[in-house]
Design a protein around this ligand. Structure first.
Ligand code: UD1
Ligand code: UDP
Length: 359
């Protein structure tokens, strides 16, 4: 089969790495980078570290408003898809690059495969929620990470093409955690010892673009009992500069780090505070408690088992959640498969099926 994979943002490079290498054993893949993320530390570093082949097409779309960015992707993807004539367009997650890939393919009547299908926050003010709902409803193959995600798709009337395959990010973590342990120099690079710090990331539009929420997060971090390492997303850096805000003295800000350094920073931290989707799961896989700086999460299982707490941006809730984790270490069941998601997805395609559930 010939796949055309659309990538554009940091988490998508990490998700694509395991599946790209498995698919290329027996299939052809055309890799397209929309250019949504373009700084070295937001894009190229992941291709280098994870051995992702160089993109066949780089669309150079860059940053912009949702309409301008997504529109530019649609226009440029159309020509690439017409030329490549793929059997399947493969998209990951919930970014504007995901939506543009799925929509362009659907308009050209090329079947779409969505990795990370069925996740919902039920918050339509999030651009990502809109992207996921539309992508799922345009997809022929829906690769869901959990039975919960599958049920959600059924509740929306999507009965066929759904395959519960686990979380592709768990594949990536299992493939690279040992190498990260061996070669990463973090947290020592930022002058801290394992266990002596909390790790934080913040980048969601709803947190960075609302000054009162960003200030509340900074306030909460400054009240924690340890140092905080904060690899800062460029969006957050920009907003802090615009508003003249600065994190407290216990916060060590650094540039975004590569995947291996990030795995090491998570596994050596006392806890993670984040609004990232990917980090909530990585914290869980590495048995590190997580405080999610949002009112809801798509990864509900991590909350149900007690390893993740939704604190929103309330400083008191952040402090209380960290205090609770100091005494409470709940059981740690597997939630999203066993790290063989790439193989499961490949087998679905190779069975010629869009409808059989692989449990
Ligand atoms: C995007 C995704 C979000 C995902 C996140 C992963 C959408 C709507 N949002 O959010 O779902 O969780 O990626 O990190 O698709 N910027 C740079 N350099 C870069 C990239 C971005 O400076 O390489 C700055 C620009 O000022 C840009 C801003 O960050 O305007 C936001 O970038 P954008 O890709 O629009 O959204 P993210 O917040 O990164
Ligand atoms: N990540 C990274 N370096 C960083 C911040 C995040 O390698 O400085 C990784 C993180 O480990 C996870 C992914 O990027 O694998 C998550 O991406 P992000 O938080 O940008 O997006 P989300 O998952 O929220 O869509």
């Amino acid at each position: 089969m010939r796949f055309l994979t659309v990538l554009g943002a940091r988490p998508q490079f990490i998700k694509a790495a395991p599946l790209t290498s498995v698919l290329r054993r027996h299939h052809e893949e055309v890799l397209v980078h929309t250019g949504q993320h373009y700084d070295y530390g937001m894009s190229e570093v992941f291709f280098a570290e994870l051995g992702i082949p160089a993109p066949d097409h780089h669309l150079g779309v860059g940053s912009g408003s949702h309409g301008a960015q997504t529109g530019a992707m649609l226009e440029r993807l159309e020509g690439v898809m017409l030329e490549a004539q793929p059997d399947v367009v493969l998209v990951y997650g919930d970014t504007n690059s995901t939506l543009a890939g799925a929509l362009t393919a659907a308009k050209l009547q090329i079947p779409v495969a969505h990795v990370e299908a069925g996740l919902r926050s039920f918050n339509r003010t999030m651009a990502e929620e809109v992207n996921r709902v539309i992508t799922d409803h345009l997809s022929t193959w829906l690769f869901a990470p959990s039975a919960h995600a599958e049920r959600q798709l059924r509740a929306e009337g999507i009965e066929t093409g759904v395959h519960v395959v686990g979380d592709i990010m768990y594949d990536a973590l299992r493939l690279h955690a040992e190498r990260a342990r061996q070669i990463s120099k973090y947290p020592e690079t930022v002058g801290l010892r394992p266990g002596d710090y909390y790790l934080c990331t913040v980048h969601r539009a709803e947190n960075t673009d609302a000054p009162e929420r960003l200030e509340a997060i900074l306030c909460g971090l400054s009240r924690l009992d340890k140092h905080v390492v904060l690899p800062m997303h460029p969006r957050t850096r920009k907003r802090l500069a615009e508003r003249g805000l600065a994190p407290g003295v216990n916060v060590r800000v650094c540039e975004p780090v590569g995947y291996l350094d990030m795995l090491q920073l998570v596994s050596a931290s006392a806890a993670v505070l984040t609004d990232s989707g990917g980090l909530q799961k990585e914290a869980y896989y590495l048995e590190v408690p997580c405080v999610t700086l949002r009112e809801e999460t798509e990864w509900v299982e991590t909350v149900q088992v007690g390893w993740n707490t939704l604190a929103g941006t309330d400083p008191d809730a952040m402090v209380a959640a960290i205090a609770r984790f100091r005494v409470d270490r709940p059981p740690h069941p597997p939630l999203y498969g066993s790290g063989d998601t790439a193989g499961r997805i490949a087998r679905v395609f190779e069975s010629g099926s869009s409808t059989d559930a692989l449990q």
